[in-house]
Design a protein around this ligand. Structure first.
Ligand SMILES: Nc1ncnc2c1ncn2[C@@H]1O[C@H](COP(=O)(O)OP(=O)(O)O)[C@@H](O)[C@H]1O
Ligand SMILES: Cc1cn([C@H]2C[C@H](O)[C@@H](COP(=O)(O)OP(=O)(O)O)O2)c(=O)[nH]c1=O
Length: 207
């Protein structure tokens, strides 16, 4: 058995996960802040294959399998040892990203993607998952704001995809009602942070 605590953070792009998770990590000492592929060499190599622009022929199932493979390596090399050392592990995205993006938004099926991920994670699931819920329009606006340009046609195609991603996460909340805890991520950084840290401290106090 592991002695640490494994918490994952999920949500559409631009929900504020990276911003908030960093602020949360600063409040703890025995903590590992990580994200997939998390600087693990083998997992980074797999990620490069997934993201390479020239790989236009990549089949969606191949993509899902590669995400699961990268997840496995990150889990074994980084997450599991940290938990064994009693650390609080905060992970930016985990299996629910594959279920929402590949399973639902890409249409592979949540059950199918769950099955291949079971092989990869061998029941190593987070104690709980914080889902940053946001209208995809607002998430994309936040991202685009920093790019300093108007939303264009391609971004709108993105929008449709991200709406499906959000629907996928909503289905996951129905499926895992005790593990996944929703936070309204549309407020200010301080508001979202306050809700998140209160939630984590409450959960840790009950352990
Ligand atoms: N609550 C917030 N309100 C406004 N802007 C935010 C908020 N949280 C994050 N941002 C900004 O939105 C952008 C995306 O945030 P980020 O933390 O990278 O999201 P994610 O990791 O979920 O994709 C960043 O430019 C960040 O500074
Ligand atoms: C982990 C994971 C990420 N993704 C997607 C989500 C993001 O759009 C993209 C890159 O993830 P990431 O770099 O974590 O982006 P963000 O800062 O928005 O969280 O990869 C999947 O489609 N499936 C997965 O299993």
């Amino acid at each position: 058995m592991t002695s640490g605590t494994f918490i994952t953070f999920e949500g559409p792009d631009g929900a504020g996960k990276t911003t908030i998770i960093r602020m949360v990590a600063e409040q703890f000492t025995n903590v590992l802040l990580t994200r997939e592929p998390g600087g693990i060499d083998i997992a980074e190599q797999i990620r490069n294959v997934i993201l390479a622009k020239e790989n236009t022929a990549m089949d969606p199932r191949t993509e899902a399998l590669l995400y699961a493979a990268a997840r496995r390596q990150h889990l074994i090399e980084k997450v599991k040892p940290a938990l064994a050392e009693g650390k609080l592990v905060l992970c930016d995205r985990f299996v629910d990203s594959s279920l929402a993006y590949q399973g639902y938004a890409r249409g592979l099926g949540i059950d199918e993607v769950w099955a291949i991920n079971q092989f990869a994670i061998e029941k190593m699931m987070p104690e709980f998952t914080i889902y940053f819920d946001i209208e995809p329009e607002l998430g994309l606006q936040r991202i685009n704001k920093n790019k300093g340009r108007e939303i264009n046609r391609l971004d709108l195609e993105d929008l449709e995809f991200h709406q499906k991603v959000r629907q996928g996460y909503q289905l996951l909340m129905d499926r895992f009602p005790t593990r996944i805890i929703r936070i309204d991520a549309s407020g200010s950084v301080n508001e979202v942070y306050k809700q998140t840290i209160e939630l984590i401290e409450n959960k840790l106090a009950k352990k």
